[in-house]
Design a protein around this ligand. Structure first.
Ligand SMILES: Nc1ncnc2c1ncn2[C@@H]1O[C@H](COP(=O)(O)OP(=O)(O)OP(=O)(O)O)[C@@H](O)[C@H]1O
Ligand SMILES: [Mg+2]
Length: 272
């Protein structure tokens, strides 16, 4: 099925996911509009990665429904790209950086699955966008953590997605990779690509994302950062693992997860 031209709307209705008998997501209902950039925030074990895996079809739902472009999940599965959390990848896999990025094209190759010049050009462009073109022939296992992260971002770009799911892209990377990722988010915003990005960093969520999902197995709150990030909802999401910081530059207090690095005070004027 050919993809619609417009960016994707994403809808979840009463989505429940379990591993064995253990619930990981419970009755999650939310609708993400075209081209929104959404921070997905919650403590360890909140179900953030589970949500993303469900959206790319790696995990089945136990109950509920998911629609992309108004059609059931699966009809347009190629339009959802996923950058996994670092721990999810087997870095010993014997493939080069260019091989990994070409994997992003597989869903769009013809039935012979043979890359054409056009696919190779997109792979090269994605590598250049992430600043790793010179690493194209290196095995991924030999790269630094930040270079590996850029490789998976390049793979996602090469897929030309309508929805991009980024699982903790800012964890364990240096300032340069963080900056590259931020620039990438701006480019994706210009192209109206819908982005869901999981993070433990409430400061980042408040300053760089117009919308925030607070998750702890169930949906605590979804909406604008101002609406969602309140002391009550943060405490409900993170329980006792919080400490307080100043937000919006003006004496208001709020909390962040205690296992994060202490953030800079939030300055809402920095929001893009
Ligand atoms: N393969 C699995 N088998 C069994 N249980 C799992 C599996 N993967 C995740 N879980 C459980 O599902 C719940 C949600 O896990 P998930 O990885 O989605 O959380 P998360 O919000 O991504 O956490 P983190 O911030 O640590 O990455 C946890 O209780 C976890 O132990
Ligand atoms: Mg996770």
């Amino acid at each position: 099925m050919s993809l619609p031209d417009e960016p994707a709307r994403l809808e979840l209705y009463h989505v429940t996911v379990a591993y064995g008998g253990q619930l990981a997501l419970q009755d999650v209902t939310l609708q993400v509009p075209h081209g929104a950039q959404v921070a997905v925030v919650g403590p360890n074990g909140a179900g953030k990665s589970t949500l993303f895996k469900v959206l790319v079809g790696l995990l089945p739902v136990q109950a509920g429904q998911i629609f992309i472009h108004g059609r059931p999940l699966g009809a347009h599965h190629d339009c959802v790209a996923y950058v996994p959390q670092r721990e999810e990848v087997d870095w010993r896999f014997p493939v080069t950086v260019a091989d990994v990025v070409m994997m992003g094209r597989y869903g769009r190759l013809g039935w012979l699955k043979r890359p054409k010049a056009y696919d190779r050009a997109i792979v090269m462009r994605s590598l250049e966008q992430l600043g790793i073109a010179e690493l194209a022939d290196r095995p991924i296992g030999e790269l630094s953590g930040g270079q590996q992260r850029r490789t998976f971002l390049a793979r996602a770009l090469a897929q030309e997605p309508h929805i991009l799911l980024m699982d903790e892209p800012f964890t364990g990377v240096d300032a340069a990779t963080q900056e590259t990722t931020m620039r990438l988010l701006e480019q994706l915003r210009d192209k109206c690509v819908t982005v869901l990005l999981s993070t433990h960093d409430l400061n980042l969520a408040a300053t760089h994302f117009e919308q925030v999902i607070l998750l702890n197995k169930r949906l605590i709150r979804y909406g604008s950062a101002e609406q969602v990030l309140t002391p009550e909802t943060i405490t409900e999401t993170f329980g006792g693992q919080v400490f307080w910081l100043e937000i919006h530059g003006g004496g208001q207090r709020m909390a962040t997860a205690s296992h994060c690095c202490p953030p800079e005070p939030i300055d809402s004027t920095k929001r893009r």
